[in-house]
Write a protein that binds this ligand. Structure first.
Ligand code: ADP
Ligand code: ADP
Ligand code: MG
Length: 682
């Protein structure tokens, strides 16, 4: 086993690798960029080397510096994590040339599987079933269009060098092909430096089922069963589980053997994943009719590897380190068993209600559930019921330089139902304040009928959208009651210490009634709190026939406030951020703003007609010019940030007055991109 390794990555995966290394007594070296000088992964490693600027191309992709850092610190091997250099053949070779072990497959296997088109040609020879499509070298747009017409619409254009769900465009009809091809190629050259594409049949309502494989340097190769990653948005995984619901032992063996054949065809060593797209012509309840096709092989550890670890009781990073240091696979195929069911949820800094726009900012509150471990009866080591793999800590900032995943929540149960219940509870205990996250969205996805009944396919999110987006689970009465209770608790805590901090101006026993004003779900609301004789409280929320009134009873507990109001009884954790209270309850989370009328007196009305960058990034293109009339919702500009393109649409009908930037310009968050005069003023 190695004595010291360098981890050429950041975030949760760098921390994850460091944890296993530590357990095995292997010393770790972190590398970091300017933006990550105080990052968690730097803190958890034994040593750390600064390698450059914040942008990945200035740091995490600078492999000469990473290799220098390894040599300077005496590391014997480099773990690349996922993303960044993990599937970079040149990096794997450079490690070998520098006398360092690359903890991953041989460079030749990375190369063979690196480009989707070439890997499909290879798999064709190995007789692994493929999605019908064109994966040739000729990239003439007219030829690609003809091939697409031949395949029949809808088709999917994929960047051959693509990954992470980027560089893909679904095309519904022939007329749209050329524009989609252009946009796909642009994203591909930007993100992957290679604009070659392939065209595939767009499989309807497919499942994504992938097989974890592992090889060693002695010619052994096993499969560690499957993961179902069908729940996706923008072709990116949202929830992943193992085993795949409805999987039959027969299909599992066939897919497992096909995956091992794929790995063997490239002399695979280490951890890899063979991804299949699965057609379900017989619907959800006819697994025996499922047909699987090879999509791609990821020659690295996958984000969702923990669900495989949960059901097998194994540590895949430990296997990677053992295999890379020359040991044989610890187990053979016949030794491997599935225990229970595991689900992973990817926690991302993004706003699901705004087309999953990535969010940046500080994690002012970052409370995740406690990890829960249990002794497993028939597996030698300790099982984990709730596991959190996190790359950040409270107070850390999410910068625009890297992708938006901040943590993963992994649950394990004896059955899928038990795992689902644990996931729901764990997500309810996840309280993040400071920037938008998908936590509540994940909880709703896991609660949909489709997911609960395992009616899985990649269209689950669009199919269930009515219950997934723009939901208000708590409601005004309970949210107001929580905000009022928190205000009173805060006042009790400071009373006598700083009586002038009381906003109502009546901090003596003379108070009979207090008025509160809230903003909730875009609406204004009033509430009155009456101090009854004997010290009890009576709250009225809203006016007229919508008013909800009743006694307000609450007490502070470690997990939050125990609250009773208007026939509802709940637990609520309330975190104040300026005037906004973030309220977390078992029903879900919400925000309510307590308006301080004095503070707002005389404030000017909000300005209209400005279009600002939602995040720092680069202007890719403008779809309009000065003088153009635009309709509400019409795309105006395309920005690139966090490795993805974002379209900025007109908030209202109007006329474009002026473009304030040019394509290629770097802009900061909030920068005004163009001036728009609203229709009624124009
Ligand atoms: P996985 O395939 O492991 O389930 P993803 O496909 O979401 O997970 O990718 C994992 C991470 O690696 C993401 O951060 C993604 O942005 C990044 N990534 C994956 N493939 C590539 C690639 N070819 N180039 C750059 N980044 C990639
Ligand atoms: P990436 O390298 O970005 O992970 P993949 O080729 O693995 O790209 O595809 C990502 C996702 O896109 C798949 O999980 C699936 O949901 C969808 N997808 C890929 N190919 C097809 C296809 N031919 N038909 C329908 N959906 C597809
Ligand atoms: Mg993939």
């Amino acid at each position: 086993m190695f004595k010291k390794i360098l981890i050429a990555n950041r975030g949760e995966i760098a921390c994850r690798v460091a944890a296993t290394a530590k357990r095995l007594g292997v010393k770790t070296v972190a590398v970091y960029s300017d933006a990550d000088a105080n990052a968690k992964h730097v803190a958890v490693c034994d040593e750390a080397v600064h390698i450059g600027g914040s942008a990945p191309k200035d740091s995490y992709l600078r492999w000469e510096r990473i290799i220098e850092a390894a040599k300077a610190t005496g590391a014997q091997a480099i773990h690349p994590g996922y993303g960044f250099l993990s599937e970079n053949e040149d990096f794997a070779k450079a490690c070998a040339n520098a006398g360092l072990v690359f903890i991953g497959p041989p460079a030749s296997a990375i190369n063979a599987m690196g480009l989707k088109a070439e890997s499909k040609r290879l798999m064709e020879q190995a007789q692994v079933p493929l999605v019908p499509g064109y994966h040739g070298a000729d990239q003439d747009p007219a030829l690609l269009q003809r091939e697409a017409d031949l395949i029949g619409y809808p088709v999917l254009i994929k960047a051959s060098a693509g990954g992470g769900g980027k560089g893909m465009r679904a095309v519904d009809k022939a007329e749209d092909f050329a524009a989609a091809l252009d946009s796909c190629k642009r994203e591909a050259i930007n993100s992957f430096g290679d604009d070659a594409v392939l065209v595939e049949k767009y499989v309807q309502r497919p499942r994504h089922i992938e097989i974890q494989v592992f090889g060693d340097t002695y010619g052994n190769c096993v499969y560690l069963f499957e993961r179902d990653c069908s729940v996706q948005r923008r072709h990116q995984k949202v929830l992943e589980e193992a085993p795949a619901p409805g999987m039959t032992p027969e299909l599992r063996a066939r897919m497992g053997e096909a995956a091992v054949a794929a790995a063997r065809a490239v002399n695979y060593v280490g951890a890899g994943t063979v991804e299949f797209i699965v057609e379900q012509p017989g619907g959800y309840d006819a697994p025996e009719q499922m047909k699987f096709y090879f999509m791609e092989m990821n020659t690295r550890l996958q984000v969702e590897h923990p669900v495989t670890e949960a059901i097998t009781g194994l540590d895949l990073v430990e296997w990677q380190l053992r295999v890379a240091s020359g040991e044989p696979l610890p187990l053979q195929q016949d030794d491997l068993r599935i225990t229970g069911h595991a689900i992973e949820a990817r926690i991302c800094a993004e706003n699901p209600d705004n087309n999953f726009l990535p969010a940046t900012g500080a994690l002012n509150v970052y409370a995740l559930p406690e990890c829960v471990t249990f002794e497993r009866a028939n597996v030698s080591d300790t099982g984990v019921a709730v596991r959190v793999d996190s790359g950040v800590r409270q107070g850390d900032a999410i910068s625009p330089f890297y992708d938006s995943m901040v943590a993963k929540l992994i649950v394990h149960g004896d059955t899928r139902e038990q795992a689902l219940a644990r996931l729901d509870e764990a997500l309810a205990q996840t309280h993040i304040v400071g920037l938008a996250t998908n936590v509540q969205f994940l909880r709703r996805v896991a609660r949909t009928d489709s997911f609960a009944r395992a009616q899985l396919d990649t269209a689950l999110i669009p199919r269930e959208q009515a219950v997934l987006f723009h939901q208000e689970p708590v409601g005004l009465p309970l949210a107001s009651a929580a905000a009022v209770a928190q205000t009173l608790l805060n006042e009790r805590a400071t009373e006598g210490v700083d009586p002038f901090s009381r906003r109502d101006g009546f901090h003596t026993h003379g108070v009979v009634q207090r008025r509160f004003e809230f903003e909730f779900g875009g609406e204004h609301a009033k509430a009155w709190l009456n101090y009854e004789r004997g010290g009890s409280l009576h709250l009225t929320v809203g006016e007229g026939e919508h008013a909800v009134a009743g006694p307000l009873v609450f007490s502070a507990k470690a997990e939050g406030i125990e609250l009773q109001f208007a026939g509802q009884r709940t637990r609520a954790a309330v975190y104040a951020q300026g005037e906004v209270d973030h309220v977390f309850t078992p029903l879900g989370a919400t925000q309510i703003t307590a308006i301080d009328l004095l503070a707002h007196a005389g404030e000017a009305a909000a300005e209209g007609g400005r279009l600002t960058a939602p995040m720092p990034g680069k202007v890719v293109s403008f779809a309009v010019k000065a003088g153009d009339k635009v309709a509400k919702g019409q795309p105006l500009a395309v920005m690139e940030a966090m490795k993805m393109e974002h379209t900025i649409a007109a908030p209202a009908d109007g006329v474009v007055q002026e473009l304030l930037y040019a394509p290629g310009d770097q802009v900061t968050e909030g920068a005004e991109l163009l001036k728009l005069v609203a229709a009624e003023k124009a």
